[in-house]
Design a protein around this ligand. Structure first.
Ligand code: 6PG
Length: 234
């Protein structure tokens, strides 16, 4: 994207308020425009205060469909499951939360294909994709590994796929289903929320490297057609 805007906050709480406010505005605008909103929300730990704020937003939640940007392949209800974190813990009743991996399965590629099929039935492009970033520069579950090239450079129509990160990330050492880079960059609004100096450095390096970036988040930032907002708190 030619337009990457940084928003800085003193702490995670302040960031959560601002980001939740932006998410609310995006949802309201989509509901006003076409009566519904479809948004993808990142997993991991950073967005938890954001979702806690969002939970108390006065919104017509039954018009909102939420999916995770990526999911760890574990049974629903598992503490590692992103949709469990998003759906059960933070989002008020009434919203439709889509478990993109309904069951744990050994066949991560098949899980990716069924998530992709499920996404073909959603309103597209997504109204919002809220991303996190890992210390290694991954975003959603686009990690280096066997399926890296497909996740980054696969066909435009492939919105999701199964991936087996190599090495497996210690915080959740399992195969994943993730939005593809193509799916992510097509979203009407792209927001990144991160905390801490290390992730800031990753993002600065990724931006400096441009389209040739070694970081998945660098490719997303370079290829996004619309402005991207980066929210950062110490
Ligand atoms: C996941 C995420 C992932 C996350 C980063 C950052 O399932 O792991 O969706 O992309 O955003 O790993 O995670 P933290 O916020 O926990 O550092």
């Amino acid at each position: 994207s030619d337009e990457i805007e940084w928003w800085e906050y003193d702490d995670a709480q302040e960031m959560a308020e601002a980001v939740a406010g932006d998410v609310q505005f995006i949802i309201e605008s989509a509901i006003e425009a076409r009566g519904a909103a479809v948004i993808a929300l990142s997993g991991g730990k950073t967005p938890i205060p954001i979702y806690a704020k969002l939970a108390s937003a006065k919104l017509d939640w039954k018009r909102v469909t939420i999916l995770p940007t990526d999911e760890r392949i574990v049974p629903l209800g598992d503490p590692l499951s992103n949709v469990t974190m998003i759906g059960k813990t933070f989002i008020p009743k009434g919203a439709r939360v889509i478990p993109i991996v309904p069951q744990a399965t050994a066949d991560y590629k098949a899980a990716g294909r069924s998530a992709d099929a499920l996404m073909q039935d959603l309103h597209w492009p997504l109204d919002l994709c809220l991303l996190g970033v890992g210390g290694d520069g991954h975003t959603a579950s686009i990690f280096p590994g066997a399926d890296y090239d497909e996740a980054l450079n696969g066909p435009r129509e492939r919105r999701a796929l199964g991936v087996l990160p190599d090495p497996l990330p210690p915080e959740a050492p399992v195969a994943r289903v993730t939005l593809s880079r193509a799916g992510i960059i097509s979203a009407k609004a792209l927001m990144i929320a991160v905390t801490g100096a290390a992730k800031r450095k990753v993002l600065e390096d990724a931006i400096a490297q441009g389209a040739g970036s070694a970081y998945p988040i660098g490719r997303v930032l370079a290829d996004a057609e619309l402005p991207v907002d980066i929210h950062w708190a110490e």
